[in-house]
Design a protein around this ligand. Structure first.
Ligand SMILES: NC(=O)c1ccc[n+]([C@@H]2O[C@H](COP(=O)([O-])OP(=O)(O)OC[C@H]3O[C@@H](n4cnc5c(N)ncnc54)[C@H](OP(=O)(O)O)[C@@H]3O)[C@@H](O)[C@H]2O)c1
Length: 335
């Protein structure tokens, strides 16, 4: 099979190289998936740069957590899926349901990576695709989609219709959150560094938009001009968290997700005024992925794909996803 690899000690996605590897075989309780489409997440840059949890890669590894395809074969004892089923992987292979259970994560350098023509996963980490999606759309969901679902609809302050949500930037997590929040009957406010991208999010249903470069105090602006929000999809991190907390209305929640803006020492004092809270999010479980897929089918949500590349153009796909033109999800498809 063709596979993209990162070398031991990789310090950037320019180190990606393609290799022919033996097609893996499923053992007991395992599933062989023939992958058809993949998507890139911000964390994949960290893995390639040797900055993900665990540091630099100790050995050559296949990258990427997100892929979708068909079951090509099943090992002894597998009952949940059969040959030909359309499936995606679960980001965490051991977090099936219940409270957070960190552990092996696809494409982290130690667990299987998805950017190959085939992958073997444990049966528990194989999720049936949403029936209304094609492979490219389903490949957008394992990391960004499940994260957005967890942020909005899990935990003690799950969204209900009529609530207000703030999404930061126009990346994969934020645009899926916008689509899911709108489907759930909620109002969405969106920020971006680009006025052109803000036009696109208004067309997608955002009621208010703010350029976070030109409106530097966007958090206070959201609270003062728009009455505050019930939920923030906080992908910025330490550099944006203080403003996100300041944008909350009474009993709102900041779903703390990202590291895009790592510099800063946020002061959470505004939470005292709103009774607001901060909840840490790390993708989600297989059970959350299944709920997300059900919501996608019921509401006919189509994940937004900003750009598509062929398998041999994987490096170009990484470069695009990293660059300023990136919008929503960047997908790689089998040629
Ligand atoms: N904890 C978790 O489980 C989890 C899961 C998924 C992702 N994440 C994290 O969440 C973040 C987003 O991931 P992603 O895959 O959605 O990334 P992505 O698709 O690469 O999104 C990048 C976009 O984020 C926006 N952005 C960059 N800096 C920003 C800032 N200072 N304030 C507001 N927006 C900013 C930009 O939007 P504009 O171009 O519109 O300005 C940029 O296009 C990353 O830090 C990632 O590591 C965490």
């Amino acid at each position: 099979m063709r596979a993209w690899m990162l070398p031991a000690g990789s310090d950037g996605f320019d180190k990606l190289y393609q290799e022919d590897l033996p097609t893996p075989e499923p053992g007991p309780g395992e599933v062989l998936i023939r992958l058809r489409a993949w998507s890139i997440n911000y964390r994949d840059f960290a893995v390639a740069a040797g900055q993900y949890f665990g540091g630099a890669l100790k050995a050559p590894a296949i990258p990427l957590s997100d892929g979708a395809g068909e079951v090509a074969a099943i090992g002894p004892g597998v009952t949940a899926v059969k040959e030909g089923d359309r499936v995606q992987g679960s980001f965490f292979t051991d977090w099936v349901e219940g409270p957070p259970r960190m552990g092996p994560a696809l494409g982290d350098g130690m667990s299987p990576g998805m950017l190959a023509e085939y992958v073997v996963l444990p049966e528990r980490a194989v999720v049936p695709m949403a029936q209304t999606l094609d492979f490219a759309q389903a490949a957008c969901l394992p990391c960004a989609g499940v994260t957005a679902w967890n942020a909005l609809y899990e935990g003690p302050r799950a969204l209900v219709p009529g609530m207000k949500v703030l999404v930061l930037g126009t990346g994969g997590v934020s645009m899926l959150a916008l689509q899911l929040a709108r489907a759930g009957g909620c109002e969405v406010i969106a920020t971006s560094s680009s006025d052109e991208k803000l036009e696109r999010v208004r067309a997608l249903g955002a009621s208010h938009t703010l350029n976070y470069k030109t409106t530097a105090d966007w958090g206070a602006h959201v609270a003062g001009q728009f009455g505050g929000v019930d939920k923030v999809v906080e992908v910025g991190g330490a550099g944006t968290a203080e403003q996100s907390m300041a944008s909350l209305r009474t009993l709102g929640e900041v779903a703390f997700i990202g590291v895009l803006s790592p510099e800063g020492g946020p002061n959470p004092r505004s939470l005292m005024m709103t009774g607001g809270s901060l909840r840490g999010i790390f993708v989600g479980s297989v059970a959350m992925a299944k709920k997300l897929n059900a919501a996608i089918d019921t509401n006919r949500i189509e994940p937004l794909i900003g750009a598509r590349f062929g398998f041999d153009q994987a490096k170009d796909a990484y470069a695009h996803a990293w660059g300023p033109e990136s919008f929503a999800k960047t997908v790689i498809e089998l040629d």
